[in-house]
Design a protein around this ligand. Sequence first.
Ligand code: AN7
Length: 347
Amino acid sequence: MGVLARYRERLPVTEHTPMVDLREGSTPLVPSRNIGPALGLERLYFKYEGLNPTGSFKDRGMVVAVAKAMEEGARVLVCASTGNTSASAAAYAASQRLRAIVVVPDGKIALNKLAQALMYGAKVVQIKGNFDAALSTVRDLAEHYPVALVNSVNPYRLEGQKTAAFEIVEELGEAPDYLMLPVGNAGNITAYWKGFKEELAAGHSRQLPRMVGAQAEGAAPIVRGRPVEKPKTVASAIEIGNPASWEGATSARDESGGAIEAVSDTEILQAQIRLASSEGLFAEPASVAPLALLVRLVQEGRIQRDSTTVIVLTGSGLKDPEAALANVEPPIQLDGDARSLAKALKL
Ligand code: AN7
């Protein structure tokens, strides 16, 4: 069952809303086997959003945005994207036989995200400049032409994305003490905060989590308190200099008593390998920024050992093989038999 069916009562679903569905959501909350214990944390979980149909959390919100756009009569979807939104928009458009136009910053999105958008049949436009320029272009387009904008400035996206908070509360029996996630355009932190507040109001949880966001040092406008003109990071998904939901992110941080901090590209890539090689979970660079931040918070004694922490792994590691492959030993080359294989492996 997809997000619209599972959470129909808590989403803006009417009798006229088409039940768009790629079986998104309902992703696993995986308990840490090794990193949590190594850090001395009793309860650390990973919300593995890479298992959504297009490999990222974007599907939760996209399904709602697309359904509402169709309900309102739209036939053409448009978005700007650092990659994952474009893949998601393209997939839902394909399933509903709509047109999708995705505008991406030239040369700045991960290869497999581009492959997805093209395979799902979207019209892909690469523009010079960064994500922020692409977003302002499509906002302008949507104001003047009959196309539905499905970026997270579309409130239906955030409605769908809040359902991840519902799932976490349902599984844990209450909200965690800390919810950690990467912050790019800042829609997701805004959506989770809304979701947790709704869970509190519904009596499903007695507490709210502290919301802890991670940005990359080279793209940390919210941490610095001003837009970054030329954002730069290995975590291309969050290479964003002027987040659309800035206000939502700072409200989530301040109301929850949380934090938004920056981590370096080196810390991000170290965290990516650590997660993959010690937990068996492969997440893209943006997704492991909060893990890098957690390591630092533990070192600084800012997280209690007996607290419950959930890290949202927003996208699959399969999205961006190039970023990952640059940091591991290449395969052993061998032309020989078992004996020479054993020798090469020092068995
Ligand atoms: C894996 O696809 O902005 O703070 O255009 O792909 O809600 O923007 C992606 C963002 C985190 C940041 N992790 O979420 C896009 C896009 C992954 C992402 C984020 C993104 P927001």
